[in-house]
Design a protein around this ligand. Sequence first.
Ligand SMILES: Nc1ncnc2c1ncn2[C@@H]1O[C@H](COP(=O)(O)OP(=O)(O)OP(=O)(O)O)[C@@H](O)[C@H]1O
Length: 682
Amino acid sequence: MKRKAEDDDNSPRKKSTIVAPLKSPFAVKILNERFGIPGFRLEQEAVIARLLHGESAVVVFPTGGGKSLCYQVPAVAFPELDKELNSRGAADGGVSIVVSPLIALMKDQVDALSRRNIYAVAMDSSKTREEFLQINSDLREGKVRILYCAPERLNNEGFVASIKQVRGGVRLIAIDEAHCISEWGHSFRPDYLKVARFAIEIKAERVVCLTATATLKVAQDVCDAFNVPPSGLFRTTMYRSNLRLVVESTTTKHAKYPLIFKFLRAHPGPTIIYVTLQKQSEMLANDLRQQGFNARSFHAGMQTDSKTQLQDEFMKNDNMVICATIAFGMGIDKATIRNVIHFDIPSSIEGYSQQIGRAGRDGLLSNCLFYLCPEDFYLRDVFVYGNLPSIQSVKEFLEDVFSDENVAKDVGESFEISQYSQGRKFDIKPTTLSIMYAQLELKFGLIRAITPKYSKYEFEATSRYFAAQNWDKSPAAMAVFKTADKKAKYHHIDVDAAANRVGVKRMDVIRKLNDWNDNNTIVLRTSGVLNVYSIVQKLPSTDDERSDIAEKLFAQMEDRQQQDLQRTKDVVKLATDRACISRKVAAYFGDESVGLPKECGHCSWCETHKPVILGKHAYKPTTAATIAHVLAHVPDRDDPRYLARIAFGIGSPRITQAKLGSSPVFESLSDHDFVVRSFAQL
Ligand SMILES: Nc1ncnc2c1ncn2[C@@H]1O[C@H](COP(=O)(O)OP(=O)(O)OP(=O)(O)O)[C@@H](O)[C@H]1O
């Protein structure tokens, strides 16, 4: 008998009315036997029991709380449980997919799982073609237990297609850092919004979303995205009784230095000092070294090898001070960090709590210091105001996306665009640009991102390449031979020009290059991503329609700017309030658990019962003369926000291109409030 379509719906959106068990002896057995761990912590067992029962879950555990086991144990348990219940064939165990933004973390986990004889792989761009083919074949045969990938991978329709063919299907999707799904979250990532759609498309049986920082609102958003009922939300307390939370205010940034030196002399041990700017991390490490500390700097601008080496050193060392941007710490599992110091204002309470959460995982007393002064606000404002482009830029960007050529295309056709060049051309930050694309995709339903292309191909020829010139007369090979241009060691090739020249498809040329790469005829290098979008709905062609979309996009970004400004205010309020800081952090995350003391007894408020007083942040007023000074150096009058940015010292692609970053007016009004209005009446 033919079943109704909804009966086939295995997707996580299908709600269940059956109550899931809280215990799972089977999961305990897997934990002991396959992971060598004696027992579960927190609510790990209840989460896993629910997943094994076929339900989805949202997990909010603090950093280091053991979220990884919540998906690793079920992934291993599914095929074993099938065997026990005799419900599926041995090769039909399916795969569990972990979506995570942290590539380094994926690698560590894959290594650890491999040591336990669990077949896990990370699908990332470092894989060679051979490895990639091997993974795909193993996936099809249902051999891979856990597959890690970054959210961006879900834009790759080849990947989505191959997942649909996995033998045994997708048993579970685990979404790490799941707060990135929520637009209310402090680190919203547009590609995360596509995970829910992906889960439905590939008919994932269940989903587990994991995060260390989610307010009630964010947790609710995550639950809504995957239709997880209240019984599927697991939260444990954020309160950490071994963390001493101290806030101190200073009059200037400079005055923080002697306080830090003095504190670290009295409290040695592994330490992380968080700063906002890369340059600052280097300067501070330098100053600390001069004071005799074993200090090093860490930031995202460093080479991957140096970063890995430094992390390894920090893991082994018991008295190292790392001056780092927030790039440091994610995936660092060092239990004995004694001090976490904030040299600048953290961007949100979520960020603050995540960073202090890295201290004292061994349960021993650890100090979390937060130094605050009026100068700190400037840096935060630069970051927040720098994200919002001008409405003019948004309109020009949309004109480019909805060009006559694209508008003439039919539904199902696609267009290519380089987000990188658009960012430079329209003066929009890459993250902001990708948020707008995600909105065009998910909110307006106009386009859909599909597999990006590389725009630049180059290769190093081996002797086989030169030999092939005599015998390989295939059109794709001829296209390469005729077009590739040798400069020094590398041949450069414009794949589109090559394809046009001989009248073959672009794809054929790319396939040829890849085949040659596989059989050692060439060593291929690719770079320069071209984003590709397929048209889902006829693109808007009238000015009114475009204007309407531009205004909606802009309004939403303005909203985000307000939220970001509010986040800074929340942090300052937390630090300067007449209340227990630990309790306030817990309350911010909706954690009012019974058993939480009214006052923690180990924060600056509880220790002194005096609030931290922050000096007044005095902005200078803008005058006609200060504005005229800026205008004298910048000829453009098309965009008040652009002028305000220069004056305030917020870099942008357009400012870099105009070489105005070193102009005398750049940053000239940094001690003024960021007022676009001052330039708007010109
Ligand atoms: N039940 C347990 N018993 C003993 N050790 C555990 C248990 N659960 C997790 N751990 C260990 O605790 C450490 C932290 O776990 P994990 O990395 O999963 O934390 P996390 O919640 O993902 O943290 P983060 O938010 O920093 O990513 C790991 O070394 C892990 O092996």
